[in-house]
Design a protein. Sequence first.
Length: 497
Amino acid sequence: MSGTFVGMPAFPVAAHEAVHDSTLRGNLRHATHTIRAKREKAVAEVSDWAALREAGKQIKDHTLRHLDRYLVQLEEAVIAAGGVVHWAADADEANRIVTALVRMTGETEVVKVKSMATQEIGLNEALEAAGIHAYETDLAELIVQLGKDRPSHILVPAIHRNRGEIRDIFAREMGEWGRPAPEGLTDTPAELAEAARLHLREKFLRAKVGISGANFMVAETGTLVVVESEGNGRMCLTLPETLISVVGIEKIVPSWRDLEVFLQTLPRSSTAERMNPYTSMWTGTKDGRAGEGDGPGTFHLVLLDNGRTDTLADEVGRQALRCIRCSACLNVCPVYERAGGHAYGSVYPGPIGAILSPQLRGTGSEIDASLPYASSLCGACYEVCPVAIDIPEVLVHLRERIAEGGPATRDGNRVLLKPAKGHAAERAAMRAARWAFSHPGALRGGQRLASRTRRFHPRTLPGPGRAWSATRDLPEVPAESFRDWWQRTRGGKDVTK
């Protein structure tokens, strides 16, 4: 994965700073509560939501089991429709391919549809280094780009900004990027949207190259699908002469019938809409199909691996590849609501980022090793996931890998990971607990000793345990263990009579 965010402190350090930002917490609380309340109503309208959720899970799991076959089918269909397919093993290769393709056109500007994959690989930075300016056209992405900021949410990248901050960014920065903001711009949503519309319109009409991701790829026809709410995607996909789409290999579905399931669950889970206002689909090039029409004359599809096949090799962790990027898990997560997206050090924040980033990037950095612990394991993320990713299960799985080490797949090779630093006390405590639970006599003796000495117990744990007890009350040890109570009150008696 891209190193754009690597170098940030571990999640606990970044989160500690974020929770003291009252403006940030207010923005997040208002936005996430509003989105999830609307989602609940939208989902409640569908009587077969549970069946759709299960269908989405089954379709994704089937596709991942047969990913090699469907990718080849997709490639053949795209080529037959006039497109060109490129395979990128990692971020560097994908950036080299896209940069070369843009240079071949002779252009130095591109317009972009909101794309998590291009953010993941740091494409904007790579293009900038090559003298090519990439303009984000999604309103929230535009805010982030103009503010020299980083996205903090999958669906609403500028969720950490309020209207006043956005007005100031537009007034200060738009002139440096193109058409300046209107004089006397206020922070009303209509005026902010109009300022963005005027600023972007000249770029849409001038751009010869568009860059996109895709929400889905249909293997049987080679069709790519982008769903969005503003219309900017439609402009980027139809007006430029050349279109380059960078898409993760897991975004594939076998057939149009399968796509129908996700076109119901994605909009309700993400924007709380019955359907997205703009659902754009394209198959190859306009010249590669019968008749003339809208769309690019040249189309390139860059299929991105970048750690996905390594993730696929993990029988527990691979379910993260089901993700359809709806962001529902972020909006219900109590940790995300308080810490914000930047603390996760990745373009994938929140619960899904806590399981996806450490698998795509590995756990070698401090930030990635801390992400599986950025959760209370409350399970709210699993309950709202439209493809039933058991995020708590994967979090616990990754925690075990970090603390204990063990086998994993990296760059297609099976390797043995060493335990991460800082978990020696945890490992010792778990081994002691395992021994105690394996020896009933020792466990009983320990329980009795704890009960008889309970008045001398400290209120906080010493040493490494202080990090746990600093924010929690230690449970009070009862005067009598359950074993002793049972033996005293019901031992030897038939309690069924």
